[in-house]
Ligand binder design. Structure first.
Ligand code: FHN
Length: 469
């Protein structure tokens, strides 16, 4: 066969249609297509600017709240089914007691908004498989299995739209309840060698239809935040296929790196030996030691020791600690996804609410130094952290210098002026000590209280952004 003939055959419309049909059947046509850097930047923009979001772990595990058969169960609350070896048939009984009559979507969203959070990521389905929305392909959901019979995600989507908060869903790939997905041998639901011969049926007939419901009926969504991807049944090609499937359904959706197999354990960033599916890294309960230029990442963290509610976990991080974590993360170019674990009645625990309220009050004054900022262009600064915007450095003072002189290393460019973010009219004196260092005279004798003392922000305006990194 010569080239001419083969060219004619390839262009034959019947063959082209047949090839496209085969590709579509195989899933190859489910691709959002290539994305330029500019298109990706546009898609990621709101998320990069947001910097602070609320994680919500809520589900049946809030009913036992860390106790089973009179015993306190160790570990994180949402893992109680696994940690206490609860058989599926017994765990299912919690559905009858999951009646969160105090749930008020509007109030939850207001708590997030007043905390200065810009998005909410809630567990549509955690590892236990229970669904917080009215899923057409499942009876193991809030409408069909619990006495509550209100679509929690629908109410949240209405409240989020009203308050300008992006709604996002956490979704577990691992499922301890679905017969086609669960490990065939109870009680180890998380067995590393688990395989279920029907797992691909679970993907096609259950997981994908559920995700389509979530995007279609509750969207547009900000983020789909996957988890439970470490099971043996889940592969990187399946992750890439799912990523493409979702981006075709909603082209501007953002998807975390746990959709595929890229993440390096709890450190959460991708292994760097190949291209993995997903848009951002997910460090868990930790903050990378330094900024990662060009990498999008988000640290998720609990306020106490559990994600899902545990009635006796009172080990709360202090508000000061949480605020400094937010600032530390922003100074390294990341987002902070801070968790709350509501009770089975539908209330966000008071210690969480109080901490969020205080952080929100600080952000009301100092938010400019967090939202829309980029990582610090300076090296390590001994007194705190730095965030940046074009022409501005935000100097976050954690440790107020005893002599009230703030030494800022790494500033080569001409400085314009300096002032406290909370008191813009009071200009602070700036002197250049040498070509790499400026010194700012801080106000003395100010009676600073609360979170302002935890982090006082000084703005240093500069002429250019060519700073020593
Ligand atoms: O197993 C889960 C855990 O329950 C929780 O949801 C956290 C949140 O990031 N992620 C998993 C472990 O990586």
């Amino acid at each position: 066969m010569n080239n001419k003939t083969s060219g004619r055959i390839l262009l034959n419309p019947a063959i082209v249609i047949a090839v496209l049909f085969i590709l579509a059947t195989l899933g190859y046509a489910q691709s959002p297509g290539p994305e330029t850097k500019q298109q990706r930047d546009e898609r990621m923009q709101w998320w990069r600017e947001a910097r602070f979001g609320m994680f919500i772990h809520w589900g049946l595990y809030a009913v036992p709240a860390g106790e089973w058969k009179g015993k306190k169960i160790g570990g994180i609350g949402e893992w109680i089914m696994e940690s206490a070896d609860i058989p599926v048939s017994e765990y299912e009984q919690f559905t009858k007691q999951f009646n969160p009559v105090k749930f008020d979507a509007d109030q939850w969203v207001r708590i997030a908004r007043n905390a200065g959070m810009k998005y909410i990521v809630i567990t549509s389905k955690h590892h236990d498989g229970f669904c917080l929305w009215d899923s057409k392909v499942s009876d193991y959901d809030i409408m069909d299995a619990s006495p509550f019979k209100r679509d929690i995600l629908k109410e949240l989507s209405v409240a989020c739209k009203k308050h300008g908060i992006r709604l996002c869903f956490y979704h577990s790939i691992m499922d301890w309840h679905h017969p086609d997905a669960q490990a065939p041998f109870y009680p180890n639901y998380n067995d590393g060698s688990r395989t279920n011969p029907n797992f691909s049926r679970y993907i096609e007939n259950y997981m994908k239809p559920q995700l389509e419901e979530l995007i279609t009926n509750y969207g547009p969504l900000g983020v789909l935040w996957f988890d439970g991807e470490w099971i043996k049944d889940w592969t990187e090609p399946q992750g890439k296929d799912l990523y493409n499937f979702l981006r075709v359904l909603q082209p501007d959706i953002i998807i975390n790196n746990r959709v595929g197999k890229g993440r390096k354990g709890m450190q959460g960033l991708n292994k760097d030996d190949q291209e993995y599916a997903g848009d951002f890294g997910t460090p868990e309960q930790q903050i990378p030691s330094k900024g990662l230029p060009g990498v999008d990442w988000e640290s998720c963290m609990t306020m106490n020791n559990t994600w899902g509610f545990k009635s006796y976990d009172h080990n709360w991080k202090s508000t000061e600690d949480l605020l400094r974590k937010l600032v530390d993360i922003a100074s390294k170019g990341g987002n902070f996804l801070l968790n709350v674990g509501p009770t089975a009645k539908g209330l966000i625990p008071e210690p969480s609410v109080e901490r969020l309220r205080l952080i929100g009050a600080w952000l009301k004054v100092n938010g400019e130094s967090i939202y829309g900022t980029t990582a610090s262009p300076l090296g390590k600064v001994p007194w705190g952290r730095c965030t940046a915007k074009p022409g501005k450095l935000y100097l976050h003072i954690f440790d107020w210098p005893a002599d009230a002189k703030l030494k800022v290393p790494g500033v080569k460019d001409q400085t314009k002026k300096a002032y406290l973010l909370r008191q813009k009219t009071l200009e602070l004196h700036v002197t250049r000590e040498d070509k790499d260092m400026v010194v700012i005279d801080l106000p003395i004798g100010q009676d600073v209280k609360g979170l302002e003392a935890t982090d006082t922000v000084v703005v240093l305006e500069i002429n250019q952004r060519q700073l020593k990194s």
